[in-house]
Design a protein around this ligand. Structure first.
Ligand code: NDP
Ligand code: MG
Length: 377
C-alpha cells in the first residue's frame, strides 16, 4: 500500500493537533510531509521533531523561528503544492486559509477542509479551482462529514433537504440581556466541544452555524431553502439528510473531531480505528431537538441572509465577524456588539463586485476596516 503524503496547515491548533494524533495511529497509510503554523514556534518545533516532515513553515514568526523553515504567508501555499503531498488538511482559522485551499485544488490535491471561512469567503472561486485543477474537497466539519456520509453515492436529485444540527452553544438557555453582557470566559465555555478560541466564540453567537449553512450550500450544491438547522444540545446526531421518499438518515456518535478528520483522509473508504470509542445509546440519551431562536442569536439570521443574498455579502459577513470576534477577545467590544458590528458592515458594504478573488479580498478588507471604525466612534 502506497503511503499518502499529508500537509497539515495549522498543525498547532485544535484540529491540527487532533490530525497529528489521528495520523500517528495510521502511519502505514499516511505520512506527514509538511507542517505549518502561524507563530507558535515552540509547539511547531516539537511536532517537527516527532513527525520529521520534509517541509516546515511558519507564517508569522516572531523571532523564534528556525533557519530551515519557510516563513511568511506564502509558506502555506508552498506546503500545499509540494509534489510529496497528496492530501492537504487545511486547519487554519480564518480567511488566511483561502489561498492554500485554492492552490491545492488547482494542483489536483484532496483538501480535507476544516477551514470553513475560506469556503464562505470564496465559495465560487473554490469550486472553480476544484473543477479546473481536478482537486477534491472533503469536509472535516462534523456536520458536513455527517451529510457526506449519509448521502453516500446517491445523486443530489434524491435529496430533499439537509438538516444541520447545532449544539446551541453556552448561551442556549440564557435570555437576551444576559447574552449581550456575557464575558469572554462565558463565551469560551462551550458545553460539548473543546475548540480554538475563534470558533468557540462563533459557536456562542451561532455565527458558526450560519457559516456552516453557507459551507453546506457550496459543498453539496443545494439552494438555501433546502438547508435547515435544528438545535440539538447533546451533539450526538451530527446532521440529518432527508430524501425525496421521506426517508431520513442521520450520522450519530459521541462528539469527537478525530472521526471526521480520519474520514476526510479515507473517504469514501473506512478504516479500522482502535481509538474509536464504542457507541452506547443508553449513555447518549435523551436526545432533544429545538428550533434556533433568531431573536436571541441575531448573528445567525444575518449570516443566513448574507448567504441568500450572495455576491460579496458572505465575504462581508465573514470578515466583519472575524474582526468583531478579535475586538471582543481583546476586550474592546462587548458580546452583544458582535452582531451589531456585523449588521453595520452588511448595511454599509453592499453590491461590491464578487467575481475574482481580488474582488472578494477587497470586500473582506472593507468589512474589517468598517468594523474597526465602527468600534471607535
Ligand atoms: P485554532 O485556533 O485552535 O488553530 C488555528 C491554527 O491555524 C493554528 O495552527 C494557528 O497557528 C494557525 N493560524 C492562525 N492564523 C493563521 C494565519 N494567519 N496564517 C497561518 N496560520 C494561521 O483553530 P481550530 O483548530 O479550532 O479551527 C481551525 C479551523 O477549523 C477553523 O476554520 C474552524 O472553524 C474549523 N473547525 C474547527 C473545529 C474544532 O473542533 N476546533 C470543528 C470544525 C471546524 P498558531 O498556533 O501558531 O497561532
Ligand atoms: Mg461544525
Amino acid at each position: 500500500m502506497k503511503q499518502q503524503g499529508v500537509a497539515v496547515l495549522g498543525s498547532t491548533g485544535s484540529i491540527g493537533t487532533a490530525t497529528l494524533r489521528v495520523i500517528a495511529r495510521h502511519q502505514a497509510r499516511f505520512r506527514i510531509t509538511a507542517l505549518t503554523a502561524s507563530s507558535n514556534a515552540t509547539l511547531l518545533r516539537e511536532q517537527a521533531a516527532s513527525v520529521r516532515p520534509e517541509y516546515v513553515g511558519i507564517a508569522n514568526p516572531n523571532g523564534d523561528s528556525d533557519p530551515a523553515w519557510g516563513t511568511g504567508t506564502d509558506c502555506l501555499i508552498a506546503a500545499a503544492m509540494r509534489a510529496d503531498v497528496d492530501i492537504v488538511v487545511n486547519a487554519v482559522v480564518g480567511t488566511a486559509g483561502l489561498p492554500a485551499t485554492l492552490a491545492a485544488l488547482h494542483a489536483g490535491k484532496r483538501v480535507a477542509l476544516a477551514n470553513k471561512e475560506s469556503l464562505v469567503m470564496g465559495g465560487d472561486a473554490v469550486l472553480r479551482a476544484c473543477a479546473e485543477g481536478g482537486g477534491e474537497i472533503v469536509p472535516v466539519d462534523s456536520e458536513h462529514s455527517a451529510i457526506l456520509q449519509c448521502i453516500g453515492t446517491r445523486p443530489l436529485g434524491e435529496v430533499r433537504r439537509i438538516i444541520l444540527t447545532a449544539s446551541g452553544g453556552p448561551f442556549r438557555e440564557w435570555d437576551a440581556s444576559r447574552i449581550a453582557s456575557a464575558t469572554i470566559e462565558d463565551a469560551l465555555n462551550h458545553p460539548t466541544w473543546r475548540m480554538g478560541r475563534k470558533i468557540s466564540i462563533d459557536s456562542a453567537t451561532l455565527v458558526n452555524k450560519a457559516l456552516e449553512v453557507i459551507e453546506a450550500h457550496y459543498l453539496f450544491g443545494l439552494p438555501y431553502d433546502r438547508v435547515d438547522v435544528v438545535v440539538h444540545p447533546q451533539s450526538i446526531v451530527h446532521s440529518f439528510v432527508e430524501f425525496i421518499d421521506g426517508s431520513v438518515l442521520a450520522q450519530v456518535g459521541f462528539p469527537d473531531m478525530e472521526l471526521p478528520i480520519l474520514y476526510a483522509l479515507t473517504h469514501p473508504h473506512r478504516i479500522d480505528d482502535i481509538a474509536a470509542r464504542a457507541f452506547d445509546p443508553s449513555s447518549a440519551s435523551p436526545l432533544t431537538f429545538e428550533p434556533v431562536d433568531p431573536e436571541r442569536f441575531p448573528s445567525f439570521a444575518l449570516g443566513v441572509a448574507a448567504g441568500v443574498r450572495d455576491g460579496s455579502a458572505p465575504a462581508v459577513f465573514n470578515a466583519a465577524n472575524e474582526a468583531a470576534v478579535k475586538l471582543f477577545l481583546s476586550g474592546r467590544i462587548g458580546f452583544g456588539d458582535i452582531a451589531r458590528a456585523i449588521a453595520s458592515a452588511l448595511a454599509a458594504i453592499d453590491g461590491l463586485p464578487s467575481v475574482s478573488v481580488a474582488d472578494l479580498s477587497a470586500a473582506d478588507l472593507a468589512a474589517r476596516n468598517h468594523v474597526i471604525g465602527w468600534s471607535r466612534p
